[in-house]
Write a protein that binds this ligand. Structure first.
Ligand code: HEM
Length: 286
C-alpha cells in the first residue's frame, strides 16, 4: 500500500489521482503522539525556566496593567481563518472516514473564505504590522544554540526572554505558511474542476498528470494541516499558554506575564507620559 492512489488515463498513462486516505490516520496518530510526548516531557522532565535578565530595574513603572498584543483586526483575521480551517478539515476528511455528506460546496466556500483571509493577512502583516516580528532572527538562533548546549549539560549562558513571538511560534508559523499556501494555491485551481458559479468549470485546463499532482499536493498539505492544527489547539489550551490564548480574544496580556516571558528590549512596548499603570496607555499593538 503506497501513499498515493493511481489510475490509468485514456492514453494508458498511469497518473496519481490523490493521496491514500490512510494518511489521515497517520496525521491523526502523529498529532496525538506529539501531544502525549510533549505533555509528558514538560510535566516530568523540564527544569524551571532560567532567563538572562535584560529588563533594567524599575522597568515595570509606566507600563499599563494590560499590555496590548493583538489589534482587533489581527484577532478578527485569526478567528475567521480558524473557523474556515475547521470547516475545511471536517468537510474534507469526514466523508473519507465514513461520514458521507454533500461536502464539496461547503468545502470550496470555506476555501474562498480562507483564501480571502490569507490574502488580507499578507497585506495587513506586510504594510500595517511589524512584518519581521514573526520570522526567526539572529538572537533566536543564538538562544536556541545556548539552550541546546545547556540541555546537553555543556556550559552556555541562559537564553534571553523572547521577543513578541518565541522561536517555536515563529517556526510553527513558517511551517503553516508553506502548508497554507500549498493548499490555497492548489485549491484555487481545483475550483475549476467543480461547478462554483465563480470560476468557469474547465476540467481540461491541465493534463491528467498535472491535475493528479495538484490533487496530491492539496491532499498532502491538507493532512499536514490536521497534525499542525492539533498541535496548535494543544498549545492554546495548555495552562502555561492560556494568557497568550486569552490575548487572542481580548487583545491584551497582563503586565506580569509580559515581564516574565518577554524581553522588553526585543519587544518594545511604547508608553505614554502619565499613563503609569493604566490600561490603554500603550499605543503599540503590533
Ligand atoms: C485546511 C485546508 C484544506 C484541506 C485540509 C483540504 C482538503 C481537501 C481534500 C482532502 C480534498 C479531496 C481531494 C481529492 O479528492 O483528492 C479537497 C478537495 C477540494 N478542495 Fe480542499 N482543502 C483545503 C483547503 C482548500 C482551499 C483553500 C480551497 C479553495 C481555495 C479548496 C478547494 C477544494 C476544491 C474545489 C476541492 C474539490 C475538488 C474536486 O472535487 O474535484 N480546498 N480538499
Amino acid at each position: 500500500m503506497g501513499i498515493l492512489e493511481w489510475a490509468t488515463d485514456p492514453w494508458g498513462q498511469r497518473v496519481p489521482i490523490h493521496i491514500a486516505w490512510s494518511l489521515i490516520w497517520v496525521a491523526l496518530i502523529a498529532g496525538l503522539l506529539f501531544l502525549i510526548v510533549h505533555a509528558v516531557y514538560v510535566g516530568f522532565f523540564v527544569k524551571p525556566k532560567e532567563y538572562a535578565e535584560t529588563a533594567p530595574p524599575g522597568y515595570a513603572v509606566g507600563l499599563p496593567r494590560r499590555v496590548p498584543r493583538h489589534s482587533l483586526t489581527a484577532r478578527l483575521f485569526h478567528w475567521i481563518m480558524a473557523a474556515a480551517m475547521f470547516v475545511l478539515l471536517f468537510t474534507a476528511f469526514l466523508p473519507k472516514l465514513g461520514v458521507p455528506f454533500n461536502w464539496v460546496t461547503y468545502h470550496w466556500i470555506a476555501g474562498v473564505v480562507l483564501t480571502a483571509s490569507i490574502l488580507f493577512h499578507i497585506i495587513h502583516a506586510s504594510f500595517f504590522l511589524d512584518f519581521w516580528s514573526i520570522w526567526p532572527d539572529k538572537a533566536d538562533l543564538e538562544d536556541a544554540r545556548s539552550r541546546v548546549m545547556r540541555w546537553l549539560g555543556k556550559p552556555g549562558s541562559p537564553p534571553r526572554k523572547s521577543a513578541k513571538y518565541p522561536l517555536d511560534n515563529k517556526l510553527y508559523h513558517a511551517v503553516i505558511v508553506v502548508a497554507g499556501l500549498a493548499v490555497m494555491l492548489t485549491g484555487v485551481f481545483m475550483m475549476f474542476r467543480v461547478r462554483t458559479g465563480i470560476l468557469p468549470r474547465n476540467p481540461y485546463l491541465f493534463s491528467d498528470m498535472t491535475w493528479g499532482v495538484m490533487y496530491v499536493l492539496h491532499g498532502l498539505a491538507g493532512v499536514g494541516l490536521i497534525t499542525l492544527t492539533m498541535a496548535h489547539v494543544y498549545f492554546a489550551v495548555r495552562p502555561d499558554k492560556l494568557p497568550i490564548t486569552a490575548s487572542m480574544i481580548v487583545g491584551t496580556m497582563s503586565r506580569e506575564f509580559y515581564l516574565r516571558e518577554h524581553d522588553p528590549e526585543r519587544w518594545v512596548v511604547r508608553r505614554q507620559a502619565g499613563s503609569a499603570g493604566e490600561p490603554g496607555g500603550l499605543a503599540d499593538v503590533r
